[in-house]
Design a protein around this ligand. Structure first.
Ligand code: FE
Length: 213
């Protein structure tokens, strides 16, 4: 299915779940699992912690959506190029926007809250932040993730690091990053995609300001 014309909690949820469902066939480069399994494992960890709100759980589920959303849909949702969401977590990459920037921009355009969009947008910045403040964090990264850090700008320093630390959702951004890093287990059984439908609908219902149908 394509991008929904009418943005309701049900139609947008159906759309993002269909994009995630198709990502079962997208390998996760450098890791042994599919993109869908990676997303489900990240979200399951978020939901395991009763202190984590549903917006943050949904951000964990959708954090890589900019990676596997069809290019034609991304063009519709981000207006040709992703608009910078602004703030501390903007992608440092020059030229083509990174998947995290595209993901944040498309979720905002679909009606998700700024919190969901910013958490998704920041999941590369948070890795660069954690590498700057926690030496043991870097050591625990997978080889693929260590390699990509170089292209992502390396560990943060100076003002960029301080700005990230002062951000409203710094804690959630770091949590999401750690769930992301751990969501690479081969053959791990977690709750399925369909179980997320009511959660995503509730989160959208709050941000769109309409009741779930
Ligand atoms: Fe990821």
């Amino acid at each position: 299915m394509g991008v929904p014309d009418q943005k309701t909690p049900a139609s947008v949820t159906e759309y993002v779940l269909s994009v995630l469902d198709a990502s079962e066939r997208t390998p996760y480069i450098g890791e042994d699992i599919s993109q869908l399994q990676h997303s489900l494992q990240a979200a399951a960890q978020a939901a395991d912690d009763p202190a984590v709100d549903e917006a943050t759980q949904v951000a964990a589920l959708l954090h890589d959506i900019g990676q596997f959303t069809p290019a034609a849909d991304l063009r519709i949702l981000t207006g040709g190029e992703a608009k910078n969401l602004g703030g501390q977590s903007a992608s440092q990459s020059v030229g083509r926007a990174g998947h995290e920037t595209l993901g944040g921009a498309m979720l905002l355009s679909l009606g998700f809250s700024e919190k969901v969009a910013r958490l998704v947008e920041s999941h590369v910045a948070s890795k660069r932040y954690l590498c700057a403040v926690d030496e043991s964090y870097y050591e625990k990264l997978s080889d693929a993730s260590k390699k990509s850090l170089k292209y992502q700008g390396g560990p943060m320093s100076g003002a960029e690091k301080d700005e990230f630390a002062a951000g409203e959702w710094c804690r959630e951004m770091c949590q999401l990053r750690i769930w992301d890093d751990r969501a690479k287990e081969k053959d791990l059984k977690v709750r399925d995609l369909e179980s997320w439908r009511p959660v995503v609908e509730r989160v959208l219902s709050a941000s769109l300001g309409v009741p779930v149908a």
